[in-house]
Design a protein around this ligand. Structure first.
Ligand code: SAM
Length: 249
């Protein structure tokens, strides 16, 4: 079996006998009160998976603690991945006090809030899924006392919202790995000249230069600062991030 834990919920990814495995998980982890079986991959533009409650309390909302920050999440309603904590630390380390960050696909705010907790930055967190946006608002409130910077949640489609943030971003984060390439022209609207683009993509393992090629098709000059193979997502595909300084002129 393969599973991971978010707050009081265990999510069983791979199992030959889900009921037996659920019992075993509840026995091993005294804090787990609900076991969900993943029955469908992340899908649609909101990247939400399909789950069935197979054991314990029928409650899918929980508080997950990451890096001392508290996040109210519900994996059945909005994207959340607890496995990317180290990745979030790496992106945070690029941001300096006083900078403006535009998180185009903010989800429940995991990365936006983490950045504002560590840096005196202004973070615009854009989200289109109403449920994810509701959690984003809650999570900003939940962590308000721990923030050095500011998170400004914006409900809407990033491709439209960017026009109200023209040339403002010292950093633009594009964490929508399957579709981000379609939004590169929108990122070009809101990033400053010489700003840093943090571009996530799922690519074929033999095509790891694809993210840089795509960025270079939109921005006239690109200086790659970090190129990271984050993890495999299938036998042939991996999740990558490229952080690059871009010229828009
Ligand atoms: C991979 S998740 C982002 C996760 C987030 N960065 C985090 O750290 O948890 C992508 C998010 O983008 C949102 N989304 C998809 N299309 C969007 C759009 N056009 N504008 C804004 N948000 C969008 C989805 O609803 C989803 O919550």
């Amino acid at each position: 079996m393969r599973y991971y834990i978010i707050g009081h919920i265990a999510i069983l990814n791979v199992s030959e006998d889900p009921e037996r495995d659920a019992k075993e998980i509840l026995r091993r982890h005294k804090n787990v009160r609900t076991v969900l079986l993943k029955v469908g991959e992340l899908s649609g533009e909101y990247r939400v998976g399909k789950y069935e409650i197979i054991s314990g309390e029928p409650i899918t909302e929980t508080i997950h603690v990451e890096h001392g920050l508290r996040f109210l999440v519900d994996p059945t309603k909005a994207y959340f991945n607890p496995a990317l904590e180290h990745e979030r630390s790496l992106v945070c380390s690029f941001v300096n006090d006083g900078e403006v960050v535009i998180d185009m696909f903010a989800g429940v705010g995991t990365l936006s809030i983490r950045i504002a907790a560590e840096k005196r930055a202004k973070v615009y967190a854009i989200e289109k899924n109403k449920e994810a946006y509701r959690y984003l608002l809650e999570n900003v409130k939940l962590n308000a006392k721990r923030l050095k910077g500011e998170v400004i949640p914006i409900y809407g489609d990033a491709s439209k919202v960017v026009y109200s943030l023209r040339d403002e971003g010292d950093h633009v984060i594009m964490d929508l790995p399957r579709f981000s390439r379609y939004f590169l022209p929108d990122a070009a609207v809101c990033i400053k000249d010489r700003g840093l683009l943090h571009y996530y993509r799922i690519v074929e393992r033999r095509d790891t230069k694809r993210p840089i090629i795509e960025i270079s098709q939109v921005f006239p000059r690109v200086e790659v600062l970090q190129e990271r193979k984050i993890r495999g997502v299938s036998p042939s595909k991996i999740l990558m991030r490229v952080s690059a300084r871009v010229r828009v002129l």
